[in-house]
Design a protein around this ligand. Sequence first.
Ligand code: AMP
Ligand code: GLY
Length: 410
Amino acid sequence: MKILVIGKGGREHALASALAASPRCTQLFCAPGNPGMGCIGTNVNISDSDTEAMVQFARQEGIDLAVIGPESALAAGMADALEEAGIRVFGPSRAAAQVESSKDFAKEIMKKYGIPTAAWHTFDDAEAARAWVQAQGAPIVIKEDGLKAGKGVTVAMDLDTALEAVDAAFAQEGGRVVIEEYLEGFEYSLIALVHDGLVIPLETAQDHKRVGDGATGPNTGGMGSYSPVRKITPEILEETMKTVMEPMAAALVSEGVPFTGFLYGGLMLTEDGIKVIEFNARFGDPEAEVILPRLESDFVEAILSVMDGRPVSLQWSPKTCHGVVLASTGYPAGSTKGAPIEIADTDAQIFHMGTRNEDGQLLTDGGRVLMAVTMEDTLEEAFAHTYRELDSIRCPELFYRTDIGRKDMD
Ligand code: AMP
Ligand code: GLY
């Protein structure tokens, strides 16, 4: 089969590796891909939201299966465009991808179908939002509506921070915020392969959203992760499926927006049970980089089965996969670009998140740049291994957290 991976980040690099490992994959294309993906497949210079050029390429090349990585492509209607052109695509329609692109849409569905989530209010008016925040008090959570790559969320532990976040959201054109009850608990991610009502869970992972050690500083796209999450027992996973993932997939079918693709549940295990922080319409990044290396089943086969409505039983390595993101100086507020990177011999898997090649030199090209991943029998061993391997990556403009996974260690 000719397979096309759409996107250019670390998630897509991990997707490309898993797809290429399948005997079903005879040729892999990545659009636009990145230098790491270029070592696995053929990079094609088409932007991940250029639907017209993508359809033309997929037709011309006779692509048998397209797998979409980023939310921007989904929101641009990439799945709709490919499907209309008769190309098999694993990724939700623009309408179904609203589970992520519109917090309001997701919240309304959760309310209607009784899927547990934080209490919330949406505001289009700055004064009303400020008044609400003042009445509720802190801690409280302020979320800008729309796609913000994980960066439009302020978990405000005091009132001043909350009001500043409201003002910042309304300083932008078309300001609109979702103000949420603060949830306290243990956070984890569960991603499932979904087609209509069929939901096949992958293994759990934990992301680390804050930029600094000890979960300090602003939210980022994610600074590191590991899988599986020991605290999430098979019983909790089962309950997550029954109370969150399966009802959501069924709700989307009932609402006339059936979902096909990776459905991502961002979850909090609270004293009152499991609650949804958010849904995403795609694989998580940096979750993909630690979940997919543990998959021992054929990934292409799994996707095709789900798309045909056939349940699959997936085999996983019992080992723990652990990964640390190397980000550019200044991230998440901004980022430096164009700094040279040298990667010496390493037995870590290195996923490219934001790099480019120029005259044979690898350069930084975004906020999150690389992710180093190792797999060992225990989280403790994998933690030690990944951090050892970071010595082999040399770049003056990269930094990383030193405590990825520490909280979940014995
Ligand atoms: P989101 O983009 O909605 O996933 O939010 C980013 C991060 O902010 C989450 O991963 C949580 O760590 C945190 N967060 C979001 N909503 C809440 C909430 N209601 N209570 C506590 N923390 C939250
Ligand atoms: N790791 C969080 C996300 O992909 O949104």
